[in-house]
Design a protein around this ligand. Sequence first.
Ligand code: C2E
Ligand code: MG
Length: 571
Amino acid sequence: MAYAASQDPVTGLPRFAAQEDYLREAMTEALGRGSRVALFYLDIDRFHSVNETMGHSVGDQALRLIAERLRSQVAGFGRLSRLAGDEFIVVVAYRPGEFNPLAFAEQLRRRMEAPLAVLPYSLYFTCTIGIAEFPDNATTPTDLLNCAEIAMARAKRRGRNTVEVFNNEHAAELRDRMALGGRLRDAIIGNELVLYFQPQVNAQNGRIVGLEALVRWQTPDLGLLPPSRFIRVAEELGLVVQLGRWVLDAACRQLRAWLDAGHDDVLVSVNISMQQMLRPTFIEEVREALRASGVPARMLEIELTENAIGESETRLLETVTELKALGVQLALDDFGVGYSSLSHLKQFPIDKLKIDRSFIVDVSTESDGAALARAVIALGHQLGMAVVAQGVETEAQLGFLRRNHCDLFQGFLFGAPVDARDAGRLLRHRYLLPGAFASTRPDRTLLLVDDEENVLRALLRLFRRDGYRVLTASSVDEAYDLLARNHVQVILSDQRMPQVSGTEFLGRVKELYPDTVRLVLSGYTDLATVTDAINRGAIYRFLTKPWNDDELREHIREAFRTHAAAHRPET
Ligand code: C2E
Ligand code: MG
């Protein structure tokens, strides 16, 4: 029994609990000699997916091999033990200058990437390591372990397969954990939590379509705390489940109140942490919150974070599918900064992608940022999802995102999160920033190119009636200039012009502005150039002069529809 208590039967390693005395002695000794002790907290990334998909016996074998590999690396430097599950601890006592903890951790990390032969499989693992040091970071074994764990958890959030050294930021987190952790449980029961709501608006006209519920903690002594101060603490203390339940209930109660005030077409989204989502009772909690409030499921949206996908896939997919069956909407939060694999993402019945704020910050100033944002929007649409831009702060960003067919916006430009009363007031007005939407409206712009002024005038009259913004160019050079300075969707060009033919001109435009829909309006037809232009995809329609007004208008309408269909998600 003594052996079983101190040795781990799966890996044959000592358990960390049995190593604490050793660690304490090492610390005392180090203090006497002016030397140091480094503690490495090593966690295998996504290990549970092995247990889930291949079974526990494969999982155990993998752990055994991982332990063997670590043992050979640690031998001669320090002590290795197993903390729990897929977590290992390495303790190294050293004299300053004789050992480099960061370099050592990097070696462990890199070695972990080599494949493991668990026959008949070849398994690939990575690991995340947090480092804490005595005497810099902590003075007791438990604190040292906590520090290393916090560094490890932070590294995980930043994307796994990395090493992180405990630093000042972590120290602040640790202080919060100690100062706030003990009070959080009472705060949840004692109703110190409040929900704030941030509007989400339609990209067409600024109409509020939904509100994201964001929790705050109203403390008697420290003021209103943002979630960044206590969500992690709650997660670490296992309180996030209780907290999440409170949020879910409170959001549904608020929805009920808005429903009673006549708002039956508003969505409230709730952030759910993975710990809560993966609990077997989660679906029941959602069902119960909806039942108790009598709110239709379609008015509730659940946000999961991108990093969640890929963690416990099978389980999560089940949960998400059940939520979908309930009629709840699903959004993927902070998209773009996580590491979800696109092929997995496709399996999830998600309605919305919320692009992370970091992609939005520089869209209007830096071309790389713009390209990335555009790619993410296209990706979301390709997967059949609506795309939400988070953290929209300026009209320039708004203009860019609207031109690039983003569907919904959220951000300080429309409003910071506000309490329920103010949110209710916003809902009554319903439209935010109408001015900005009018000035950045993605006009339907038609460019007419013809060297005959009277033709241009006639066409201009015709198309203005249909509400397009019409630009005219009497030469190809003028047309290029207008294209560079305006967002043009449809071009109607004469065929016979002094410098080049219409088909040649449009062939070049196709290269420069592939998104445009291009038509030729010609008084003469040379079959060879027409067929050639059509076959190269340079032109969409070849129309002849004299024209029939109604038919021509219909062709142009059709051209705008074609353009829109190519740039909007299917709904
Ligand atoms: P999130 O889900 O990404 O929420 C958006 C955060 O961005 C909010 O911060 C919001 O105030 C902030 N934000 C919105 N627009 C702008 C903008 O234009 N510029 C800038 N700089 N920031 C903007 P908040 O309320 O502090 O929430 C932070 C995070 O805490 C949330 O990120 C969410 O992940 C988490 N959280 C909030 N409420 C809950 C909750 O009830 N449960 C759980 N599990 N997590 C929550
Ligand atoms: Mg969110």
